[in-house]
Design a protein around this ligand. Structure first.
Ligand SMILES: [Fe+2]
Length: 182
């Protein structure tokens, strides 16, 4: 289940209802899918064939189509990252820059872990959303954020798009943002 850490105060927010309420206040959508629908052999697999990716999308087809019909997404795919990904460190360096998009950024984690760092309201400042299998998040358009892996460096997620072009990152220079933990 997702957990929040507010960077300025180190406060942690846990429990589905608390997390959902906090994120709602920050205009971040949070939902949850049952990750146990996924066949056991795919729950801990981070190098995926096209067939296995198709199997994951088929497993969550109802959830994907429900989310897509409510929010207007037209295409979706699977992203898998792990130490087996070529140039993972370089890729993560590129990921770890605060940026915005003209489209929202939706991720439904199906295996592994990941973390969104998001710029909240002025009172809250930056906060981390730690995500695991079953967590579904949408960071709204124009909201500064970045996404990266956690210590285990493994994730599989469904991405949903309105238009893939709407998802191009625009960097957001924020001198007040400190990557290092307080
Ligand atoms: Fe992004």
């Amino acid at each position: 289940m997702a957990e929040i850490r507010i960077r300025n105060t180190n406060e942690r927010i846990q429990g589905e209802e608390n997390v959902r309420a906090f994120l709602e206040g920050q205009e971040v959508l949070y939902e949850h899918w049952n990750p146990e629908q996924l066949p056991v052999e795919l729950r801990n697999k981070f190098i995926l064939s096209d067939e296995e990716k198709g199997q994951i999308l088929a497993t969550f087809d109802n959830e994907i189509r429900d989310l897509a019909s409510r929010r207007g997404y037209l295409t979706w795919d699977i992203i898998a990252l792990s130490d087996a990904t070529p140039n993972l460190d370089e890729l993560l360096k590129k990921f770890e820059q605060v940026h915005t998009h003209t489209e929202d950024e939706v991720r439904a984690i199906t295996a592994g872990k990941g973390i969104f760092i998001i710029k909240g309201t002025d009172e809250v400042g930056y906060f981390d959303v730690e995500l695991e299998a079953g967590d579904v998040i949408s960071v709204p358009e124009h909201k500064p954020h970045f996404f990266t892996l956690m210590e285990n460096r493994q994730i599989v997620a469904v991405r949903l798009f309105i238009e893939t072009e709407g998802w191009i990152a625009h960097s957001y220079d924020d001198p007040s943002f400190q990557k290092a933990q307080a």
